[in-house]
Ligand binder design. Structure first.
Ligand SMILES: [Zn+2]
Length: 162
């Protein structure tokens, strides 16, 4: 295995990997294969079942109690497969509102937050999500802190304490 950037040898190892590339700052993938180039520092991470991984992250995010953060709103919108304009149509708001939510210029309201969570839940088996969660949400936003492990049945997200 050669480095794409410099042609040097890549060393493969299992690591706990911060998956910031998904757009969320506190998502850790446990024991995934990471290939690193000692010569130039380039690395690549091997992500099996990436669609199911993103589903597990989305489910972890909608299960948390604090209000959704701007990066989470963007992550969930992309997970649902919508452009900003498509998301605006589904939410019944203007594209400008979506832009303000995603750029952290305007907080998403409590009702819109719950509606987005329910849209995500319609994409996962309903038995995995307790609607009672919606009754226990907090008003303050805080980022989801998740640890994901690839188990036999696929990726599973566990919340981690801050
Ligand atoms: Zn390299």
């Amino acid at each position: 295995m050669k480095c794409d950037a410099c042609g040097g040898p890549m060393i493969s190892a299992r690591e706990n990997y911060n998956y910031a590339a998904c757009g969320l700052p506190h998502v850790t993938l446990v024991g995934v294969e990471v290939r690193r180039c000692k010569a130039c520092g380039e690395h690549e991470v091997v992500l099996p079942k990436i669609e199911q991984l993103h589903r597990a992250i989305a489910l972890g995010v909608v299960a948390k109690r604090p209000r959704l953060t701007a990066p989470e709103i963007r992550f969930l919108r992309k997970y649902l497969g919508w452009s900003g304009a498509g998301f605006a149509r589904h939410m019944g708001v203007t594209p400008e509102s979506v832009s303000r939510w995603e750029n952290d210029r305007d907080p998403m309201g409590a009702v819109a937050d719950r509606l987005l969570r329910l849209m995500v839940v319609t994409r996962v088996p309903v038995s995995e999500y307790a609607l009672d969660t919606l009754a226990e949400l907090e008003d303050e936003p805080a980022p989801a802190r998740l640890r994901l492990e690839a188990a036999r049945g696929g990726w599973r997200a566990e919340p981690v304490a801050a």
